[in-house]
Ligand binder design. Sequence first.
Ligand SMILES: O=C(O)C1=C[C@@H](OP(=O)(O)O)[C@@H](O)[C@H](O)C1
Ligand SMILES: C=C(OP(=O)(O)O)C(=O)O
Length: 450
Amino acid sequence: MSGHGEPVPMVARKGGRLAGVAAIPGDKSISHRALILGALSVGETRVTGLLEGQDVLDTAKAMRAFGAEVERTGEGAWRVHGVGVGGFAEPEQVIDCGNSGTGVRLIMGAMATSPIAATFTGDASLNGRPMARVTDPLALFGARAFGRAGGRLPMTILGAEDPVPVRYATPMPSAQVKSAVLLAGLNAPGETVVIEREATRDHSERMLRGFGAEVTTEVTSEGRVIVLKGQPELRGQVVDVPRDPSSAAFPVCAALIVEGSEVLVPNIGLNPTRAGLYETLREMGADLTYENPREEGGEPVADLRARFSPNMKGIEVPAERAASMIDEYPVLSVVAAFAEGRTEMPGVKELRVKESDRIDAMAVGLRACGVEVDEGEDWWAVEGRGPAGVAGGATVESRLDHRIAMAFLCLGLATEAPVTVDDAGPIVTSFPIFEPLMRDLGASLTRAEG
Ligand SMILES: O=C(O)C1=C[C@@H](OP(=O)(O)O)[C@@H](O)[C@H](O)C1
Ligand SMILES: C=C(OP(=O)(O)O)C(=O)O
């Protein structure tokens, strides 16, 4: 959906401190999975706290197209009546996943072992992203993919008539690839095995277990070996979606760089496969505390309190931490610009195939704002300006990428001159209330003339 409308230029400027409590919407990764597993279950799934961002709304629409009943019953409250494993109907229309890599890749997995065809498309960003990473393993189940050159959308998947189980080692750290294989494995007989060298977010494994599938994870010398027993009967569940740590990153990071700020962000999931940013910020010397740490729905949760931190230092972010903070590098690079010394970010090749090439998008925009950035194919580094501060004063491109838009809007709250983002429209994909939430904290965000 994003990118289909008129651009929404937005200006961020230095104002007063940021202060208050930020109620973050539901986790995007968990929201997609709740709808998809609800659709693959027998009976009713009730979801509360669902992220009502465009990415997730596109997945809800897709689940209807495959035959599930999906209904909104209140704010963040949804009801899914599933068709059961193997029960997907053939969609009558093209499935438009908008801007969402997670949506399209997980849904391709979920339908690839049913004897149906489906054609997928997306916006200009999604149609430029690589799909062979999922269609290669799905071919092992017996599914066939017909897309554009380079394995791009639009693409038709012909599901396997007679699926076989698969053993697959993911060639890149990707929860989307892992999840596509596990979802395909649901309708294959026998055991489907995914091996990942580095741990990626484990929401699919956790939720599959919650819906009644047998899924085991063992750490071996090969890495994490995840085994799913095929053809389970999944049963509808009650899912309370935790708040999204990737969205929380924006008010937290803004508070660290805007003078005098103190922001409380309650109830944030700190699943270790997602919390790498917060560990990194603390290592940089951020005044960031975890209050009231507890367990909720089997996940570690805490309230985050972030205060203005003028004495942060650049660090080398361990490459093995990359998967646990992969979506947070854009906003980390903004914080790094205000720290003293260089922040090195190795092992992040995956950033080049997100909604945009995030290393390039951030490097170009940061340089325009007076920050030095070095980059290689799978690493980048930001020279922090420390007490010298960051000039700003540029118009930067968001490139159909919500995280780039939000990262630069946070930057502009602390630069000497305002920062303009050419199109803040994509923010609706993951954080539809970003603008009012940041304004309530005191941020000066204004819509500019196009
Ligand atoms: O599985 C998921 O929900 C996601 C996995 C990550 O992508 P990759 O699996 O491509 O790394 C992440 O960037 C994306 O925002 C959400
Ligand atoms: C990479 C992201 O999402 P997706 O891959 O689902 O488009 C993101 O939200 O930062």
